[in-house]
Design a binder for this molecule. Structure first.
Ligand SMILES: Cc1cc2nc3c(=O)[nH]c(=O)nc-3n(C[C@H](O)[C@H](O)[C@H](O)COP(=O)(O)OP(=O)(O)OC[C@H]3O[C@@H](n4cnc5c(N)ncnc54)[C@H](O)[C@@H]3O)c2cc1C
Length: 274
């Protein structure tokens, strides 16, 4: 299908981009376009003005250290996350998961900011960033603020971002990774995950996040607490996850099958993370 007509604006700098988002009629940010453009074509979404962020890659892409944090620009593409030496060394879970997303074409345009702003329940990066305790830096027309990933994610394709706010970077605490695993089940190669589990182990404890078993990615709080208390959950794993998850039936899987997958993939993730 063909989208309804819209104006197109190439952002010249960050201030101009947020100003346009605040003032242009029906303005929407355009990053890699791999979620927004198909939705516009299907007329599931509409836009009066597309504010193209791609010219801001010089300002909003790249990976750097800032004290004991790793800072990743919003427009850093999946392919860059896969190969960046700082990400592969300090956040191997993120590098690995980025490589699982879609196909090469998607990974060469899709980026961390777009994935988190789109916040699809089946999206790979929201769960990964949740397990890594990422913090999201957001620029609005009048102020810059920082949210936890938990505060950003509201529901399926719903975030706490205001209309004039852009994700500019994602900050990760550098805790030193002792072990990690990303378990992702798909019905076809290159498909979105039916269920995925992100697990990362550090001196601070074990973090486990689950994808596509609730309206948004969720942390397995009861399981993490049990692990911190020194127990090694086996038979009661499903019960410990039960508090966090609320899966739905869809064309890919029933809610019951998703519950089953959540327990199986979590067990595998815990074993693989060591
Ligand atoms: C064939 C195909 C397969 C795919 N497979 C997967 C998969 O397996 N796993 C997966 O996770 N994803 C998958 N995707 C989606 C892909 O990851 C998207 O790239 C991602 O979800 C959105 O990033 P984007 O840069 O393309 O955002 P866009 O499509 O440009 O934007 C998406 C939304 O986010 C907003 N936005 C974008 N950037 C910002 C920002 N910096 N601040 C605020 N708002 C912003 C836009 O306004 C829009 O509402 C697939 C996509 C396709 C087309």
């Amino acid at each position: 299908m063909i989208p309804t007509t819209f104006d197109y604006l190439r952002a010249t700098d960050l201030d101009a981009a947020v100003e346009a988002l605040a003032t242009a009629p029906g303005a929407r940010a355009l990053a890699g376009g791999h979620s927004l453009l198909p939705a516009l074509k299907l007329r599931r979404e509409s836009a009066g003005t597309l504010v193209d962020l791609w010219p801001l890659r010089g300002e909003l892409a790249g990976v750097r250290r800032d004290g004991d944090e790793l800072v990743i620009g919003a427009l850093t593409r999946y392919v860059e996350l896969e190969t960046d030496p700082l990400v592969t060394e300090r956040l191997p879970l993120l590098a690995h998961a980025a490589h699982q997303v879609g196909d090469t074409q998607v990974r060469r345009r899709g980026n961390i900011g777009g994935s988190l702003a789109f916040a699809a329940r089946a999206g790979d990066l929201p769960g990964v960033v949740l397990a890594l305790d990422g913090r999201i830096v957001v620029q609005g027309r009048t102020a810059r603020r920082e949210l936890s990933i938990d505060e950003l994610l509201v529901g399926d394709q719903q975030t706490a971002l205001a209309d004039d706010e852009l994700i500019v970077e994602v900050r990760f605490p550098d805790r030193g990774c002792l072990g990690w695993s990303y378990q992702r089940f798909t019905r076809r190669t290159q498909d979105w995950p039916t269920v995925a589990v992100s697990c990362v182990r550090s001196e601070a404890g074990t973090c486990v996040a689950l994808t596509n078993v609730a309206a948004r990615a969720v942390r397995a709080g009861a399981l993490e607490a049990a692990l911190a208390a020194g127990s090694s959950p086996n038979g009661d794993l499903a019960a410990l996850l039960g508090e966090a998850i609320d899966p739905v039936d869809d064309l890919k899987a029933s809610a019951d099958y998703r519950r089953h997958l959540a327990a199986v993939l979590t067990r595998r993730a815990l074993v693989a993370a060591g």
